[in-house]
Design a protein around this ligand. Structure first.
Ligand SMILES: [Fe+2]
Length: 239
């Protein structure tokens, strides 16, 4: 594992750091196209008639737009896999036949540069083989922004993602591949979005047959985004 990580890191840094003045978004088209896809997704996704969700979608795309305008730094310090990334190829193959194929293709082009993480101070038992997330944009990068956090989360088949909440953060997940349920209320497949207002406790279950790949977006006050950075506060389940 370590050897692979180091090889990938050398590969990536050799691309990004040939010229130290060029590690910005406009010099890394694959990352720029990925952010554009995220912007377009939040522009075209239907809000289902919800003014609250439409407002969230607008905030996300405006935050992406502001972030892109300043030609932000691209900061990639660590590249790492987790056990669940063995399911990534299947998730992306399945996603290519679904609603967000152009997003999957953009994601594929930068997948070797991702830092897959857990985000828990104390990992729930069994979750380390079935879950990981990788950030795309946020205060810690890879695309550095204080406006919005964007990332992808990958679940193995049958994963149960424990109840958690995000204080001061409004969250949405967009299903890119597979299918999930949140709080046992509805099933979300590619093309659908889950909306979680601040402090809303949510627990996700995943199809037992296929992995699931979700895009997530967080918006909130800059201080809240900086503080949270995907470290979950686990709350007692209200379900
Ligand atoms: Fe969440």
């Amino acid at each position: 594992m370590l050897e692979r990580v180091d090889k990938q890191r050398i590969y990536c840094l050799s691309i990004l750091c040939l010229d130290m003045n060029e590690n910005h978004l406009n010099d890394c088209p694959d990352w720029r196209y990925l952010l554009l896809e995220c912007y377009e997704l939040y522009r075209h996704l239907d809000s289902g008639g919800s003014d609250v969700i439409r407002s969230h979608q607008r905030k996300v795309r405006e935050a992406i737009s502001r972030s892109m305008k300043v030609n932000p730094e691209i900061s990639i310090d660590v590249i790492a896999d987790k056990p669940v990334t063995k399911h990534l190829k299947r998730a992306m193959d399945e996603g290519k036949s679904q609603a967000h194929v152009s997003m999957i293709r953009c994601f594929e082009s930068i997948q070797e540069q991702l830092n897959w993480q857990y985000g828990y101070e104390k990992m729930p038992r069994g979750l380390e083989h079935k879950y990981a997330y990788a950030e795309i944009c946020g205060p810690s990068g890879p695309v550095v922004s204080e406006e919005v956090i964007l990332g992808v989360v990958l679940f193995a088949p049958g994963c149960i993602y424990p109840s958690h909440a995000h204080d001061g953060i409004t969250e949405s997940y967009i299903c890119l591949s597979g299918s999930v349920s949140e709080n046992n209320q509805g099933v979300y497949s590619p093309g659908s979005m889950i909306f979680n207002p601040p402090a809303h406790t949510h627990r996700i279950t995943v199809s037992k047959r296929e992995p699931a790949l979700l895009l997530y977006a967080w918006v909130g006050e800059k201080d809240n985004l900086k503080q949270q950075e995907m470290v979950f506060s686990r709350k007692k389940s209200k379900q």
